[in-house]
Design a protein around this ligand. Structure first.
Ligand code: ARG
Length: 469
């Protein structure tokens, strides 16, 4: 017998029943559903809507249901459509008709919205924890390798030497923005929808603020239609997740590039790489590739849910049942990616000998020559032109800038003095970038301090492992 059996004369076609059921995926919400129901029934008691005996019976029954769910003994039944109806049906089986009073002054529309808010707040917490852990791994790597020079690129062409730690810390601060985005998204997840009823509110004298307080929400939805129609909180999570994945995908792409034979700047630990089934020499960066690949999946989750929502008149429609798989998928993906990236980075080997060569023999000190001339009074545009001519000359001679003699340099500008050579080593080039946020060692040390301070106030020492997905 369906819960809405009264109105119906024929039972559901099995095709329709299977098609409309969300149980296979929303059973993950059982904890939130129980949590919400307990707060609801206590409020019904406090408001005198249910007697204290009924409330006690229902709470006891929910206890039993919880035990069954925890020990995997709960009899899930697809004919009861979703987790909400499954729990309510089972409650009534266990404690009798009084179980039917639980749904007083409540609709599944506000019930599912509440469960989703509770779920998302927990997931956002885990995501922030995962971001912090990854930031910690980046910071460690940056601290350990402070002083390692690194060729900086633009257009994937050698540009200017920098510190490897400076490059890494760019990702630290990128992730800091992600952390802030999730923290901001949390504010919208932190609004309590229960009490909206199906759409219009309820005629029972409920107290929505009590439910909010018990469940630790700082606000309640102001408008009952909005409360049951809103999925912005899910969308904001997925949007923040999509941007986070874009960042992690760029990092993954760099790691893949850096571990090629052509670059050979880093080596991934065997524990985070895989071999080829045919080519024995290969070590493939599959973990990083999958991080890059899974980015597409999270974008898909976001676009799918935006598309589901875009044509829906107020208030609830079954279309919205499609929200859960997208958000669960996006959350599972993001949490696992954060975890594996932290492992990948904390075991990464840096090939210092290769890097020492990489920053020596190139023209990435050319900007420093132009700056030198500009400091001697030549307008920078002219200094750039002169340096360009010097570079062309050196290329023709098969030399690098530091191989040229002072006489050769002075053919291009009388401003060159022997002290120019002191500016040409990669160490000197890096040390000269002392502007705030620049790559000079003392600036990078300040960045490290800032990063450390940010994390110190936050890390709890937990693993960031998503509990109970
Ligand atoms: N299973 C539904 C969902 O996930 C719960 C809300 C259903 N409400 C309804 N009137 N059919 O969205």
């Amino acid at each position: 017998m369906k819960l809405w059996g009264g109105r119906f004369t024929r039972s559901a076609d099995p095709r329709a029943e299977g098609f409309t059921s969300s149980l296979s995926f929303d059973r993950r919400l059982w904890r939130e559903d129980l949590q919400g129901s307990r707060a609801h029934v206590r409020m019904l008691g406090a408001q005198g809507i249910l007697s204290s005996e009924d409330v006690a019976l229902i709470l006891e029954g929910l206890e039993k249901v919880e035990k069954e769910l925890k020990t995997c003994q709960f009899p899930f039944r697809q004919e009861y459509e979703d987790i909400h109806l499954n729990i309510e049906k089972r409650l009534t089986e266990l404690i009798g008709p009084v179980g039917g009073k639980l749904h007083t002054a409540r609709s599944r529309n506000d019930q599912v919205a509440l469960d989703e808010h509770l779920y998302l707040r927990r997931v956002i917490e885990q995501t922030r924890e995962g971001i912090s852990q990854l930031q910690g791994a980046i910071l460690e790597l940056a601290k350990t390798h402070l002083g390692v020079l690194w060729p900086g690129y633009t257009h994937l062409q050698r540009a200017q030497p920098i510190l490897f730690s400076h490059h890494l810390l760019a990702y630290f601060f990128m992730l800091e923005r992600d952390y802030e985005r999730f923290s901001d998204a949390w504010k919208r997840a932190d609004s309590m929808p229960l009490g909206a009823g199906a759409l219009a509110g309820t005629s029972f004298p409920i107290d929505r603020r009590q439910v909010a307080t018990e469940l630790d929400f700082s606000r309640v939805y102001e408008n009952s239609l909005d409360a049951v129609s809103d999925r912005d909180f899910f969308l904001e999570f997925l949007a923040a997740a999509a941007i986070l994945m874009m960042h992690l995908s760029r990092l993954a792409e760099e790691l893949i590039l850096w571990s090629t034979t052509e670059f050979a700047f880093v080596e991934m630990d065997d524990a985070f790489a895989t071999g080829s089934s045919i080519m024995p020499q290969k070590k493939n960066p599959d973990v990083a590739e999958l991080v890059r690949g899974k980015t597409g999946r999270v974008y898909g989750d976001l676009v799918a849910l935006l598309t589901v929502m875009k044509g829906l008149p107020l208030a609830y429609h079954s279309d919205m049942q499609e929200d859960k798989e997208r958000v669960f998928d996006g959350a599972d993906t993001v949490l696992s990616v954060l975890e594996v990236m932290a492992g990948l980075l904390s075991t990464l080997k840096i090939r210092k000998e290769r890097l020492a060569q990489a920053v020596q023999r190139d023209f990435s000190n050319a900007t420093e020559v132009a700056d030198y001339l500009a400091r001697k009074g030549l307008p920078f545009r002219e200094a750039h032109e002169v340096t360009g001519q010097v570079v062309r000359y050196a290329l023709e001679q098969g030399k690098y800038l530091m191989d040229l003699t002072i006489e050769e340099l002075r053919r291009f500008s009388a401003l060159f003095q022997p002290d120019v050579f002191a500016h040409l080593s990669p160490e000197a080039v890096v040390a000269a970038k002392t502007s705030y946020g620049g790559t000079a060692p003392e600036r990078v040390r300040e960045e490290l301090d800032t990063a450390e301070r940010i994390l110190a106030g936050r890390l709890t020492g937990k693993t960031g492992q998503a509990q109970e997905r």
